[in-house]
Design a protein around this ligand. Structure first.
Ligand code: ZN
Ligand code: ZN
Ligand code: ZN
Ligand code: ZN
Ligand code: ZN
Ligand code: ZN
Length: 581
């Protein structure tokens, strides 16, 4: 792991990149021209897998009423440090379970206990591994059964009801012990004035109020006289049969008085009060007519009169206390992926992650179990491991305590360089990911795709000129080099090289295997030089007269291929010939 990482961190020079590019993509390599003085950009991706075993401890306090089922298990724990020592293994957790299950009492964890509470060894499986299940330890000095402080062992305390206050039974404050209170319906009078006759005892004759009559029947003695004392009755007929005028007749109902006795109150003028049935008093509702009040919270028997169960010991008279420490073992895993070199914008994390072996096997780098402390610090990842530990909330000396650390790490180097593309004269960047182990060439922009139309034209032209190359055998590489150079001069004769010409020339240059990269670069630089040097005698000196004539014939054919030889082209041909005279 360490060796692999160190290998991946070795220096990568531009020469190494050039060589690696040739291996990875020879076809593309032929079209790339490298500046060997360029600076290489270098990213180093670091992946760290971090596994921990850790222990955390919690100090718990339990305080509880000493109910009978707890007595036997508590006997095993009490006796103090003289019997059990400062800290002792809690061989049974029966007290804790009983309190939880039968009495709904859970331990309360202390937030910042003194370090001494946790100062005892971890249970181990062997020297390098802890037991996954850790025993409970308790503090015999703080584990005890004692008389209840609240009731001083009396089991009961004075009633906490604020009215009762332990009196238990007291006189009803509403009726003051009388059991009855004044009737509010009649203000204690027992009767109320009759509303029908307003207390007079008589009502108007014929009125529907107080006379037991229903309406609409006035005008007869039965119906009453409406207070007049008489009614009008028929008086027979005249001889001719027409009725005589009606005549007055004393009202038989009121005997002419115009009023009759009030039926509602039987002419008494008052009506008996119904809530109190005329007594003027009703039963006191506060005490339900008992005259006193008894507290519902406290006992009324002689022994516990006015008292309630002690809330602290729940009437057991005793409290129990257990202080213990629980240890939990956890196993966790985290990882980290970070670039510790320069940033290379075109390379995404996702791409590099493909080169990470997430299943890489970890190795133990820290053991911190009781007195067994060994740490293998690896400078490359030490600070990252420390951060991972801190971020996991773990420490070496305190709880939560790191017990074991296992790490796996890997470095993926990425380099970036630039080149000039022969065909397009563009400066482009490319990267190599995982340079040493599983190198991958990444072009950030495909020059040839962009210039595909240029390439196509170059190919067409290339087929024509290609024949010239194939039919004539070159005796020497030197002749070939000179011919290509003159072809470039011819192509540039009219001031600039057309894109098609450039494409053709680049293909021709690349198709000749014996040219070195430096020689190809010379051709390329000449092609792109706006002010090429003047042609020298050396440039036009070929191995034989025949070769010279052949080259001039070819150049003339080339110049004439677009229909006519223009002045600048003719001038170049003349220069070549004159230099050979
Ligand atoms: Zn008590
Ligand atoms: Zn009362
Ligand atoms: Zn009443
Ligand atoms: Zn009447
Ligand atoms: Zn009345
Ligand atoms: Zn009470």
């Amino acid at each position: 792991m360490k060796e692999a990482a160190q290998k991946n961190l070795q220096e990568i020079k531009i020469e190494d990149i050039i060589e690696k590019t040739r291996e990875l993509n020879p076809g593309q390599f032929d079209k790339m021209i490298f500046d060997s003085a360029q600076n290489v950009k270098r990213a180093n991706y670091l992946y760290v897998k971090y596994k921990t075993g850790s222990a955390d401890r919690v100090l718990n306090r339990l305080e509880f009423p000493m109910h009978d089922p707890l007595k036997a298990p508590m006997q095993e724990l009490i006796g103090g440090s003289s019997k059990h020592g400062e800290k002792a293994v809690m061989t049974s957790d029966k007290v804790i379970r009983l309190l939880q299950d039968n009495f709904s009492r859970s331990p309360i964890a202390e937030s910042n206990p003194a370090a001494d509470y946790f100062d005892y060894p971890l249970d181990v499986a062997d020297a390098n591994n802890v037991a996954q299940e850790q025993q409970l330890y308790y503090m015999p000095n703080e584990t005890e059964i004692s008389s209840c402080g609240e009731c001083t062992g009396e089991k009961y305390v004075i009633c906490d009801d604020h009215v009762c206050g332990g009196v238990h039974n007291w006189e009803c404050p509403t009726c003051a012990g009388d059991k009855k209170v004044e009737c509010t319906g009649c203000n204690g009078e027992g009767e109320n004035t009759c509303d029908d006759c307003d207390g007079g005892g008589m009502v108007k004759c014929g009125s529907t109020i107080g006379s037991s009559l229903v309406g609409g029947l006035t005008g007869s003695s039965v119906a009453g006289c409406g207070g007049k004392g008489y009614v009008m009755v028929s008086n027979g007929n005249f001889a001719n049969g027409s009725p005589r005028p009606k005549k007055r007749k004393q009202c038989t109902k009121c005997r002419g008085n115009g009023e009759v006795r009030c039926k509602e109150c039987a002419a008494k003028g008052v009506i008996k009060c119904s809530p109190c049935r005329g007594k003027g008093q009703v039963t006191c509702s506060e005490c339900s007519g008992k005259g006193d009040i008894t507290c519902s919270k406290c006992y009324g028997d002689k022994a516990k009169y006015g008292k309630i169960d002690c809330p602290v010991c729940e009437a057991t008279g005793e409290t129990g206390k257990v202080v213990y420490v629980a240890t939990t073992i956890s196993n966790n895993e985290k990882d980290l992926f970070v670039n510790i070199g320069e940033s290379i914008a075109e390379i995404g994390d996702d791409l590099v992650l493909n080169y990470i072996d997430k299943a890489g096997s970890v190795s133990r780098s820290l053991t911190n179990i009781n007195d067994n402390f060994t740490e293998e610090k690896d400078e490359l990842v030490a600070s990252h491991v420390k951060d991972l530990r801190t971020n996991s909330g773990l420490e070496i000396n305190n709880f939560a305590k790191v017990l074991t650390e296992e790490t796996y790490y890997q470095v993926v180097p990425v380099v970036q360089a630039s080149y000039k593309h022969m065909l397009t004269n563009e400066i482009l960047h490319f990267s190599i990911v995982d340079f040493f182990e599983d190198p991958k060439l990444v072009f950030h922009k495909e020059a040839e795709e962009i210039k595909s139309d240029v390439k196509d034209k170059g190919k067409k032209l290339g087929r024509f000129f290609g024949k010239l190359f194939k039919t004539k055998k070159f005796k020497s590489k030197d002749d070939k080099k000179k011919e290509i150079k003159l072809m470039i001069y011819l192509a540039k004769a009219d001031g600039k090289i057309e894109e098609e010409e450039k494409g053709f020339l680049a293909e021709s240059i690349n198709s000749i295997d014996e040219f070195t990269s430096d020689e190809k670069e010379d051709f390329f630089n000449l092609m792109n030089n706006p002010n090429p040097p003047a042609i020298t005698k050396e440039d036009v000196t070929f191995s034989s007269k025949e070769k010279l004539n052949e080259v001039i014939a070819k150049l003339t054919g080339l110049a004439a291929s677009d229909g006519e030889i223009d002045d600048s082209e003719q001038e170049l041909l003349s220069t070549i010939m004159s230099l050979n005279e």
